[in-house]
Design a protein around this ligand. Structure first.
Ligand code: BES
Ligand code: MN
Ligand code: ZN
Length: 505
């Protein structure tokens, strides 16, 4: 259960709370306003700490003091924001995450945060407060389903109050907190799916989860299973799944299905619930992480959870091909040729390049919706991680306008993307001697040749592909992303759809 966030106006030094949090900038720690009042009540101890440089306001650093009854709040915490000239909404998101996790680790269950001390630009009060709310909620995420945590060790920050002095209209802040709550719950929902072991999120289980959430939030969901997939000729999804005892599922989500005269955006997510590599078996080191190979699919389900609570004037379709990729006597073999939904054929030169095979069917199927735009998200290549690391997702596509929108949504949500070129010269590499194309290129530019493969199925509509192999998993704790699944893509997709600008078909 995520913590509760309230917004109110009041006088900070008069608040009785377990903890009062203030924000300070690094370049000039000014003890003004409510912080100055608290400082004088506390015999100048805050000024002293700053003078002695025990705390200088560096981003994500904090210091906490007991107040010994000198003010109504039990503790004061100062949280650094870094240099004022470098402040961004994401740094606010981080500082909020730091506040929430430091307070929680101290055993505090309720914090009043003095948001005036951030000095947000009043024109962006909503945007910055949303970032703040997301930071608090995302930092509190904890995946405990498979642990029996003794009660006394289980610390939880239960509530956070965002306090404004009330000098300006704070209704944008209230609205922003509602959005932050919807978005963070959706990101955490995606994180839960991704962190869940493959044994408990087989394609069938995933389809059931999607149906359940669709029912509770009022969007449509169906799952196509083997007989239907055979009828449709989805040789990619069927081929990848044939080595597993678990049958494949093709999840279809639809929001605003009956909307007339509205743009149709199709979101496609890779749903490999476990990627062993198949006959081209992966090495065992870190193979456990391949339970995360459905992160693209989780992002799509998460985005649907959020947008179905936002009443967007858009028709949105979600397509998630789901399968395990396993080796067995029935598994697909290197050299086999498969035929996709679109009728094109591919030589399977490497069974570990399975993502593009299931996506090819989904991208072909997307055509049926006459989409305005299609965006796919996939943990597609290790090569993308080599190229860009874990900070940013790779973006490739066939439409400048759509790439611009995705890039802007990435900046705004701080789930940034960086474009890699999808130039014609690269297409050479996926030529096959015996089929239309083959599923791997040469040793270089693997993220790009994977996208080249996908591009053969997206010729009929504007399309962007996001390779999230590097950004889906967080190797160590970060201010608002605990170690584990990041839930990447949800914030970006929601931002993109909320800000959707029509462009001509
Ligand atoms: N799921 C993997 C890509 C991946 C790697 C995701 C690391 C997250 C972290 C994908 O199916 C894969 O195995 N790709 C191969 C392609 C190669 C065989 C052409 C890769 O990147 O090594
Ligand atoms: Mn693979
Ligand atoms: Zn994979």
């Amino acid at each position: 259960m995520l913590m509760n966030i309230n917004v109110k106006t009041g006088t900070a030094e008069k608040e009785s709370a377990e903890m009062l949090a203030f924000y300070v900038y690094e370049d000039a720690v000014i003890i003004g306003g409510a912080l100055a009042s608290c400082n004088s009540e506390l015999n100048n101890v805050i000024a002293e700490i700053i003078k002695k440089k025990e705390f200088v306001g560096k981003l994500n650093k904090s210091v906490a003091l007991f107040t010994y009854g000198k003010i109504p709040a039990n503790r004061i915490m100062l949280v650094g924001l870094g240099k004022k000239k470098d402040i961004t909404p994401d740094k606010v998101r981080q500082a909020a995450g730091t506040t929430a996790s430091v307070a929680r680790d101290m055993g505090v269950s309720e914090v009043v945060a003095v948001l005036d001390s951030i000095e947000m630009p009043s024109s962006a009060l909503g945007e910055w407060t949303q970032a703040y709310g997301e930071g608090c909620l995302l930092a509190g995420y904890n995946f405990v389903r498979y642990k029996k945590v003794p009660q006394e060790e289980h610390k939880e920050l239960k509530a956070m109050t965002l306090l404004f002095a009330g000098k300006e209209d704070i209704s944008p802040a209230r609205n922003a907190v509602k959005h932050a709550q919807i978005i963070a719950e959706s990101v955490c929902f995606a994180r839960d799916l991704i962190n869940t072991p493959a044994q408990d999120k087989t394609p069938t289980a995933l389809a059931d989860i999607a149906k359940k959430i669709a029912k509770s939030l009022g969007f449509q969901c169906k799952a196509l299973s083997t007989p239907e997939l055979k009828k449709l000729g989805m040789g990619g999804l069927l081929g990848v799944s044939q080595g597993s005892n678990q049958p494949p599922q093709f999840i279809v989500l639809e929001y605003n299905a009956r909307a007339k005269n509205q743009d149709t955006v199709v979101l496609v997510g890779k749903g490999i619930t476990f990627d062993s590599g198949g006959i081209c078996l992966k090495q065992s080191k870190d193979m456990d992480l391949m339970k995360t190979d459905m992160s693209g699919g989780a992002a799509v389900i998460g985005a649907f959870k959020a947008i179905s609570q936002m009443e967007l004037p858009l028709h949105v379709v979600g397509l998630i091909p789901c399968s395990e990729n396993m080796p067995s006597g029935t598994a697909i073999k290197p050299g086999d040729v498969i035929k996709f939904y679109s009728g094109k054929t591919a030589e399977v030169a490497n069974t570990d390049a399975e993502g593009r095979l299931i996506l090819a069917d989904a991208l072909g199927y997307a055509e049926k919706y006459k989409p305005t735009a299609v965006i796919d998200l996939a943990t597609l290549t290790g090569s993308c991680v080599v190229a860009l690391g874990t900070v940013v997702s790779g973006m490739m596509g066939n439409n400048e306008e759509l790439k611009k929108l995705v890039k802007a949504a990435g900046e705004k949500s701080w789930e940034r993307v960086w474009e890699l070129p999808l130039w014609e010269e690269y297409q050479e590499q996926i030529k096959s001697d015996i089929a239309d194309i083959k599923n791997i290129g040469g040793p270089h530019a693997g993220a790009i040749t994977a996208a080249c493969f996908l591009s053969k199925f997206t010729e009929k509509y504007p399309w962007v592909h996001l390779d999230i192999a590097g950004t889906a998993w967080c190797e160590k704790n970060a201010p608002y992303t605990p170690k584990g699944a990041a839930g990447i893509g949800v914030r970006l997709l929601v931002q993109l759809l909320r800000d959707w600008t029509r462009f001509p078909k």
